[in-house]
Design a protein around this ligand. Structure first.
Ligand code: VAH
Length: 311
């Protein structure tokens, strides 16, 4: 299969590219920054629709994985750019994929699309959604335009509401859940981490291997089995910064955190603590493999081997 990835230089792209190559796909990895992946790569500013159209015409991918995004914290600092990248560019990607006859499109939604009046425990697939952050507003709008393209134009678009994603090899920047990765690197280096969330702020999280498996499973499912065309809920585990600190201290006893909440605290408090992913389990067999303890073990094993990109 020939696939094109946007935002391939980010946290998910960093793991998705090798997974697609390993299954034998011909991958064209694109990003606004230069990429040093062992695949075909191209520079693509996701706002540049003409360049996107040219790449789709040139490569004729059967699948597109649209990962380019401006995460929640950055979108609060630059809301107009956040809207342009997270919504307008996503609409443009759908339009260009329709024009190019792309068979299937994946794009990343987020639990940020939920809001303060969304049930916070076992958040259902179709709850009240009133996101208060710009990123979440754009992701919710993205889910609606995705379903519009499916109903109106028959474009086979599929999506997941990602929780915070934890993985080695790429240090995320500009998110609200980034602490879950930063803490591991801080435990290896300074033995101390200043966390921008309060210690008991529980959030849903997912280990990167489960995130990639979910994408590949969803995209391989026959379309008649899919009942959700906005974005599927998925859940891996839930933990707070204090719980992660304690898990890390099992391996690095001298590691400790100080807590200095910033503007991201309000965003995190508007998101769920746990997610009901019944639809994903029923429609395409979703089944996470990692919990807090096995995720931490996997991170330690990986961080003892893999060089990481500095932010
Ligand atoms: C962020 N990692 O922190 C993203 C995520 C649930 C939030 O989409 O912005």
């Amino acid at each position: 299969m020939r696939v094109l990835i946007t935002g391939a230089g980010g946290q998910i792209g960093h793991a998705l590219v090798p997974a697609l190559v390993a299954r034998g796909d011909e991958v064209i990895a694109t990003d606004i920054r230069a990429l040093d992946y062992p695949t075909a790569t191209a520079q693509l500013d996701i706002l540049d629709k003409d360049n996107l159209r040219r790449l789709l015409h040139e490569w004729k991918p059967q699948e597109v994985y649209h990962l380019a995004a401006y995460l929640s914290a950055r979108s609060e600092r630059e809301p107009h750019l956040g809207w342009e990248i997270n919504f307008r560019a996503t609409w443009q990607v759908f339009e260009a994929c329709k024009e190019a006859g792309v068979e299937r499109v994946f794009w990343a939604s987020s639990i940020a699309a939920f809001g303060p009046h969304t049930p916070r425990q076992a958040t259902p697939q179709y709850p009240h959604m009133d996101p208060v952050g710009l990123y979440g507003i754009a992701k919710l709008a993205g889910e609606r335009i995705a379903e519009y393209f499916f109903i109106r134009h028959g474009l086979d678009i599929r999506s997941l509401r990602f929780p915070g994603v934890v993985g080695p090899g790429h240090i995320p920047q500009g998110g609200t859940t980034d602490f879950a990765v930063h803490m591991f690197y801080a435990a290896l280096r300074e033995k101390h981490y200043t966390c921008y969330l309060l210690p008991d702020t529980t959030l849903p999280m997912l280990y990167i291997d489960d995130a990639i498996e979910a994408i590949l499973q969803l995209m391989a499912t026959p379309k008649e089995r899919l009942s959700v065309r906005g974005a599927y809920n998925i859940h891996g585990m839930s933990f707070s910064p204090a719980q992660l600190e304690a898990e890390i201290q099992k391996r690095v006893p001298e590691f400790y955190c100080t807590y200095e909440p910033d503007f991201r605290q309000k965003l995190a408090e508007s998101w769920p603590e746990s997610i009901d992913d019944t639809y994903a389990r029923r429609d395409w067999g979703w089944q996470p493999k990692y919990d807090l303890s096995t995720m931490a073990q996997a991170m330690w094993e990986a961080l003892s081997q893999v060089p990481y990109e500095s932010p």
